[in-house]
Design a protein around this ligand. Structure first.
Ligand SMILES: [Zn+2]
Length: 106
């Protein structure tokens, strides 16, 4: 889909890929599947260092930049890391800011 190509061109996050996008006309929203790039290590959200994967949480929706009047959500299954320094923590996500679901991208 064109949208995933646009996203890769405009909002490429290293270590992650956009896998697909769905237009949901009933809710005027676009859902985009995001997954980790193969071989990329998750990053500890505590110290921002790459860490060993621990497990995965359930899929979450992250509100992203709306396009053409459609709300855009990134769907992503967060991983947890087993960090040498911090213990088990959720991974850091380039588009998420702490507990807020709004993204950092502008
Ligand atoms: Zn850490």
């Amino acid at each position: 889909m064109l949208l995933t190509r646009l996203l890769n061109a405009c909002h490429h996050f290293p270590g992650f890929v956009y896998e697909g996008a769905r237009l949901c006309e009933a809710t005027q929203s676009i859902e985009i599947d995001v997954r980790p790039r193969k071989g990329s290590k998750p990053v500890c959200s505590c110290c921002n260092q790459p860490a060993r994967g621990y497990d995965s949480l359930t899929e979450r929706r992250f509100e992203f930049i709306p396009v053409w009047g459609f709300a855009v959500f990134l769907l992503y299954t967060m991983r947890r890391v087993d960090c040498r320094d911090c213990g088990v923590k959720v991974e850091a996500l380039p588009w998420a800011n702490g507990k807020h679901t709004l993204t950092r991208a502008t």
